[in-house]
Design a protein around this ligand. Sequence first.
Ligand code: SAM
Length: 319
Amino acid sequence: MPSWVNCRLVKRAGDAYKSGMTDPTPASVPFDPHALPPLRDVIARFGLEARKSLGQNFLLDLNLTGRIARSANLPAGTTAIEVGPGPGGLTRALLATNAVKVVAIERDRRFIEALQDVVQASQGRLSIVEADALTVDPEDLAPAPRAIVANLPYNVATPLLLGWLARIDAYVSLTLMFQKEVADRLVAKPGSKAYGRLSVITQWRSDARVLFNLPPRAFTPPPKVESTVVHLTARADPESADWRALEQVTAAAFGQRRKMLRQSLKSLGSAEALLEETGIAPTARAEEIDVAGFAALARAFRARHPLEAPSAGPAETPA
Ligand code: SAM
């Protein structure tokens, strides 16, 4: 039986590192990403034409994938988790870093076989998990310390990020490629046009910074938009707030972002009281309120509308 058939059994991926299927011993010889056949040859050999429905825009320049992998700055001993290895350009680059192991989650079965040369060359450091990343918990796949490094499929990038943010303490870092417009929102500050719900939730949970942009021509096929690599680490001391309450407060506020908060928060039932309790001017607008202000509003809202159990993760995907 070819080894990739075994790999598919890793599908119930909670067992990936517990099952002993992969050898955790670090390679003795440094991994050379260029020693394997060029990615274009891999794509031609396995007939891996890109599928738009799966957000497939590949990075075939190993210098570029090397830059992304190095920018993650993984401490020695970290397990790198990659979502969507595709033909394996970033996967190879990650194997050339400090990462003790690489676990790659890929939904498109065509790539599982194509990646077997990399699995072989990795000397037991690479395991491939065939799964939808939206349905797996990376913490089940890799022991700490772990980090996620990925050129994300753009159609599911935001829900994936929100799921990881909810447990960001479990990761050394997240180093992720987004379309630039999304990256701009992740790091946007109050007062800017891009500042919105995604900015508040991301910056509540993490310190997020832009590393660099890539033009469409860096990808095959080129997407219509520019792309940006963002590095996120857990915030040392995030304001206490209930996730669902923060979602509700930011949805109301940014749902009518041009209106004053005394108007836009009316749907929460107690706009004036919430603003008074938090010391926020009733005439302020959503885009003027910083993360601490929204966290205070979320706490005040939750105090008035208690839940049976606090919510610690996303119920929806904010725009
Ligand atoms: N890492 C490769 C590179 O940089 O060339 C490919 C990146 S491509 C933008 C996104 C990859 O994610 C594709 O390989 C695609 O098949 C995979 N993918 C899409 N949706 C996925 C999902 N829900 N779970 C896991 N992988 C997914």
